[in-house]
Design a binder for this molecule. Structure first.
Ligand code: ATP
Length: 257
């Protein structure tokens, strides 16, 4: 079912991208991208492999510099701010990567404490425990607190990865292929979690995927990236209510997998 979110504030842009270009040598990856993300909104970026979705996310996080164009994140022009300002900005952005990248040699509790200890050293043990418990509760995995990553399923590891991101109370979440490699039921649970995070913490999110079920379940708005530009944008129904041949590849892909 298509989602409905009533909490989007269309007067507040948390990300604003205008006329963004990025090439690597003769490989012109992004060729004039415009994208706004509003407070409380989930935007899905749909695109096939190699279309520049990760490059876009890296530019938003200031990990890559644009060749041309403006990328404003939470009021900061990422190409212009100092390294220190960029570090501060990154603390307000949560990344959920394809591999959940938990530390195998740490328990779930230690994995979650890690970003807090690295970034805000003045917390008492009681505050740390409280933050860990709140984040685990938000992803429905309170009982795993003293387990090791190797004891968890792929879906559970993904949730713990999201909890570790939430513990920093990010304003923006960037999800890179959140359902990749997960079975349909677990994928559905992750989609629900993305929506729960949006509602509970009023985060704004960019979700990168080529999974149409995920796009439909989580996206308030979809933007389809093809040949370096967004070729269609709107709700799931608006984007796919057309016989645009360029979108056929997504149906074929999703039919096969
Ligand atoms: N640091 C880099 N140096 C050179 N080329 C790069 C670099 N990063 C990305 N590219 C190129 O940019 C293009 C887009 O890559 P990107 O990783 O953004 O694709 P994607 O849409 O995220 O794909 P996937 O779904 O497979 O992750 C590719 O051709 C890739 O080789």
């Amino acid at each position: 079912m298509e989602k409905k979110n009533k909490h989007i504030d269309r007067t507040k842009k948390v990300i604003s991208i205008h006329d963004l270009y990025k090439s690597f040598g003769t490989n012109h990856v992004l060729r004039g991208i415009d994208l706004d993300l509003y407070q409380g909104e989930n935007v899905v970026v749909l695109g096939r492999s190699g279309t520049g979705k990760s490059v876009l996310i890296k530019i938003i996080a200031g990990l890559l510099k644009p060749d041309k164009g403006v990328v404003n994140v939470l009021g900061n022009d990422v190409a212009k701010i100092s390294y220190r300002e960029l570090e501060q900005l990154r603390l307000r952005i949560g990344f959920s990567f394809q591999s959940s990248a938990l530390y195998d040699s740490m328990t779930v509790r230690e994995n979650l404490e890690f970003p807090l200890l690295r970034n805000s050293k003045q917390l008492s043990q009681g505050q740390l425990t409280q933050a860990v418990e709140t984040a685990l509760e938000a992803v429905g995995l309170s009982q795993t607190i003293d387990q090791w990553p190797a004891e968890l399923s792929g879906g559970q590891r993904k949730r713990i990865g999201i909890a570790r991101t939430l513990i920093m109370q990010p304003a923006i979440m960037l999800y890179d292929e959140p359902t990749a490699g997960l079975d349909p039921i677990t994928s559905m649970e992750i989609n629900d979690l993305i929506n729960e995070v949006q509602e509970r913490f009023n985060t704004s999110s960019i979700i990168i995927t080529h999974d149409l079920t995920c796009a439909k379940a989580t996206g308030d708005r979809l933007a389809v990236l093809l040949d370096g530009r967004f070729v269609r944008e709107g709700t799931f129904e608006e984007v796919f209510a057309s016989d645009d041949e360029r979108l056929k590849s997504f149906y074929d892909y999703n039919f096969i997998t």
